[in-house]
Design a protein around this ligand. Structure first.
Ligand SMILES: [Zn+2]
Length: 209
C-alpha cells in the first residue's frame, strides 16, 4: 500500500499536538492512515434508454482494479440484444474515469457520462448501418457516450487528451475506444440527391424575372 510513512507519521504528530480529548488511539491512527491515502478512482455512468446508473470505484487507493467493475460491465451490456453482457476491458473504465475527472475539474461538479452503446453482440453489430465488422464494441473495448450540456466534440477532446485510442465524433454521441490511435467524424448524412452539401458557399439569389 503506497501510504507514505512520512504522511502517516506527520498525521500522528499532528494528533499528538491536539489537547487530550479521550480519542481512541487506534481509531486516530486509522484516520491518519486514511488521510494519507490517495482517493480511489471513481466512475459515474448512466445508461441511455434504461435509466440505470452506476457510481463505482474503478481503482482502489492502492492502484488495483475494484470488484465494482462487474457492475460497470453489466451497465455496458447489449440492451438491444437480450442483455448479452461480457467482461469489459478495465482499461476502458480507466479512460472513462479520466475523461470524467478532467471534465468535472473544468465544470466544477461531477459530470455523469451517458452510455448510448457499450458491448455489442456480433448479431446486433451486423445489423447496424455503418458499423465496422470488427468493431471494438464486439470486444468490450469501445463505448459510445454523451453528456448533458456537452457537444460530442467536447467529449472527443477529453477522450483524445486522456487516452491513446480511437475517437469518433458523431452527430449525437462520441465514440471512444482503447484500440489503435485514430480519429474520425462519422454519421454525417449525405445531402439529399440534387442538393449541395451543407457548408457549400452561395451568393445572393437573383430577383425573379
Ligand atoms: Zn462506437
Amino acid at each position: 500500500m503506497p501510504v507514505s510513512r512520512r504522511s502517516l507519521l506527520s498525521g500522528l504528530a499532528a494528533l499528538a499536538a491536539l489537547p487530550a480529548c479521550g480519542l481512541d488511539r487506534a481509531y486516530a491512527a486509522a484516520l491518519a492512515g486514511a488521510v494519507a491515502l490517495p482517493p480511489p478512482v471513481r466512475l459515474w455512468l448512466r445508461r441511455e434508454g434504461t435509466g440505470e446508473e452506476v457510481s463505482a470505484i474503478v481503482r482502489t487507493p492502492d492502484g488495483d482494479y475494484a470488484r465494482d467493475l462487474l457492475m460497470l460491465s453489466w451497465l455496458l451490456r447489449d440492451v438491444r440484444d437480450a442483455s448479452a453482457a461480457v467482461w469489459i476491458d478495465p482499461r476502458l473504465f480507466d479512460l472513462l474515469a479520466a475523461v470524467q475527472g478532467a471534465m468535472s475539474a473544468v465544470h466544477g461538479a461531477v459530470v455523469p457520462l451517458i452510455v448510448t452503446s457499450g458491448y455489442r453482440t456480433p448479431r446486433h453489430n451486423a445489423g447496424l448501418e455503418g458499423a465496422a465488422r470488427d468493431s471494438l464494441h464486439l470486444a468490450g473495448r469501445a463505448v459510445d457516450l454523451k453528456a448533458a450540456g456537452y457537444a460530442p466534440d467536447a467529449l472527443a477532446v477529453a477522450g483524445a487528451l486522456c487516452g491513446r485510442g480511437g475517437v469518433g465524433i458523431y452527430a449525437s454521441f462520441c465514440h471512444l475506444d482503447i484500440g489503435q490511435a485514430r480519429a474520425w467524424a462519422g454519421g454525417r448524412r449525405a445531402p439529399p440527391a440534387g442538393q449541395p452539401a451543407p457548408g457549400t458557399p452561395i451568393t445572393k439569389p437573383k430577383e425573379p424575372a
